[in-house]
Structure formats: C-alpha cells, structure tokens
Design a protein around this ligand. Sequence first.
Ligand code: SF4
Length: 403
Amino acid sequence: MTAINQVADKVLAGLRLAGDEALALYRKAPTPLLGRLADAVRARKHPDRIVTYIIDRNVNYTNVCVAKCAFCAFYRPVGSADGYVLGFDELFHKIDETIAVGGVQLLLQGGHNPDLPLAWYEDLFRAVKERYPAFKLHALSPPEVIHLSRLSQLSVPEVLRRLIDAGLDSVPGGGAEILVDRVRKLLHCYSKASAEEWLDVMRHAHLAGLRTTATMMYGTVETDEERLEHLLKLRQLQDATGGFTAFITWSYQPSHTELGGAEATGIDYLRTLALSRIVLDNFDNLQASWVTQGGKVGQLSLAYGANDMGSVMIEENVVRAAGASYCMDEAEIVRNVEDAGFIAKRRNMHYEVLGDPVFRAIDVPRMIELATAREDGAGHIPAELSQYEARSRAGKQLRVIPN
Ligand code: SF4
C-alpha cells in the first residue's frame, strides 16, 4: 500500500506517472482513492467548476461498411436490403433541426462504403458550407480517412487537404478502439486501421491545423497493460502535436455483435475514466460517456475526472444498435450537472464557452426520444448518388451514370 500512497502523492504533486506506476494504481488503488486523485487533476485544470457540453447532432451518413468489425452491431454489408446512404436533402433537414435547438455542428461518421467516392464527401461538405457557413463539420474518424485514401489512391495528407478545402473543421477520434495491434487483429479492425495508421492520421490532421478528439473503447479482449498502452500512445502524440482537444472512453456494447460477451461494469468504467484523467496529464478535457453508461453514471463521472458531458444527443444509431439507448436533452444534462454541484455551459468543438443553456433563453422543445438516421422503412436511394461512380457490383446495379 505504501507504493500506492507514493504514486498517489506523485499525482497530487502534479507529476507525470510512468506506465508501471499507473498500472499499479489502476490495479490496486481503492475506487474512492482513484476518484479523489482524478478529481484533483480535474480541479487543477478546471478550478472554475464549469462543466461543458455541446449541442450537436451525431449523424451516420451510411451504414454500409466493408470493414466488418467484430464488435459492431451497426454496419450492413454491401448489397444488404437494410443498407442506406443519406441524401444531401436529408442531411440539410437534420442540420435545420439541429440549428433550431441551438446546435452548432454535425458529428458526421459512417461505414466504409465502397460506393461513396471522395468527390461525394467533398460535394456534401461544400453544399453544407454554402447553405450554413457558420455551421461546423466534425467529421470522418481516422479509419474513414484511411478508407478514402485507399479508395482514391491519394495519400492521407492529400485526402485531408481536400476535405479541409471542402469544409472539414475537425476530426472525431472514433475507430481507435484499443491502439494495440494484437487487440485490433482479434477484433477484426486491424485492416481498417492499424494502431500506427490511426495515430498517423491524427498526426497529419494536427499538422494540417485541425483539432481532433481521441477515444478508447475498452472491455473486449484487451489486457490492463494494453488499455494503459493505448493511453500512453495518446499521451505521446499529444506531447508532440498538442492537437487533441478531448478524450472520451466508453465500454464495449455487446448486444447483436459478432463478438458477443458481457458489458464492463459501472465501477470498471469509473476506474478506467479516472485512470485516463491521471495518465493523460496533457489532455485538458475528458468527456463523460453517459450515452453508453446512462445518465446516472454519466453524472458520477464528474467526480471521477470528467469535466464535459459531451453532446446533447439529438440522434444516435451506433450504440443503440448494440443495445444501449439513453437520451438526455439539454435540460436534462444541465439538471445533472448542476445537481452535482457544477456550473453548466455550452461550448463549441474547441471547448470555447458559448454561453448559458439555450433552453433558459428560448423556447426549445423537450426531446425525450433520440432520432434515428432514417425512419424505419424509408429505403429510398438519394437522387444525387447517380452522379458518383459505384465500385461494388451491387452499387453499380443501383446506379446509372449520366453521360
Ligand atoms: S465500427 Fe465502423 S468500420 Fe467497423 S464495421 Fe462498424 S461501421 Fe464499419
């Protein structure tokens, strides 16, 4: 226990932990002690007791994916009757709805669809920026960028440059899972992006001037050491670039997945969150993942190192497909933040405070249910898709390219 007390003293003194010290703390420290240490780090970085959140919309533009990760319940194979691609008009409608409740950006991610070339993304981003110049696009996680690089046979920096020219504002940190190739191979996500490839996209994004987030999905097949290795790799890249704005961790959601198994417990979540806050000493912001843990554990996260409640979820498709469907609108997030003794403020993706809760200033309808990408049974193919060349046989059969 003495060793743990010495490691705890290092944390309280603001010193960086080595990997073996962090591992010992994670394995042996009582949960209340881990929480106290993480809260001390949070308080040092955020002494004003402000807890932020963003009003944005999590939109999945397609569920067609060739990657087939073993932990994913969201994707549909190419040619599936349940596969969809959203049309530009559908996306505009979602943006209108988002702006109406005070929203400032889309978090836009989707499957690796071989029938959507780079030009489709460029045209979509340009069209969004033309209609909504101030609206932000937090879009395309590193594996999607890699997919586009392979599809277009352009380098990752070139793909990023083209997307930035078209209107990309920042990159979400999805697809990181655990940044250890042994784990990625077991989860069938190594081919979509190896650990180094994921980090490399983020490195290039930071060099190109974009800010990004980082994530970790734990609770599948990784060891404690591999969970820690993931955090240390992020800390190292953050030392080099400083480009990460925030870190978000969540537990694997097993329902309807090929991998199956059981979900990690709430205590495991809080311990992992606290460990992340302690190890990631160069990250300013940690989000609470109430979308996977529920509102009550999400609120408790604020005592275990989190200083941000993430997004007011207007729409969610991926986690819901794996069995979790928690909904909190702005009023509910603010209630949870204030009840925990913090001050709730709206922010943008750069964590700049935008102001007080919108629902206190204007009449915003309560949202007690999450929207989905599409209504059930709405299986139409957007008209503009015919302008883009499909790669798959199924995609070619559905499209006619005009001369
Ligand atoms: S996690 Fe993403 S990349 Fe993997 S199968 Fe699901 S949609 Fe495809």
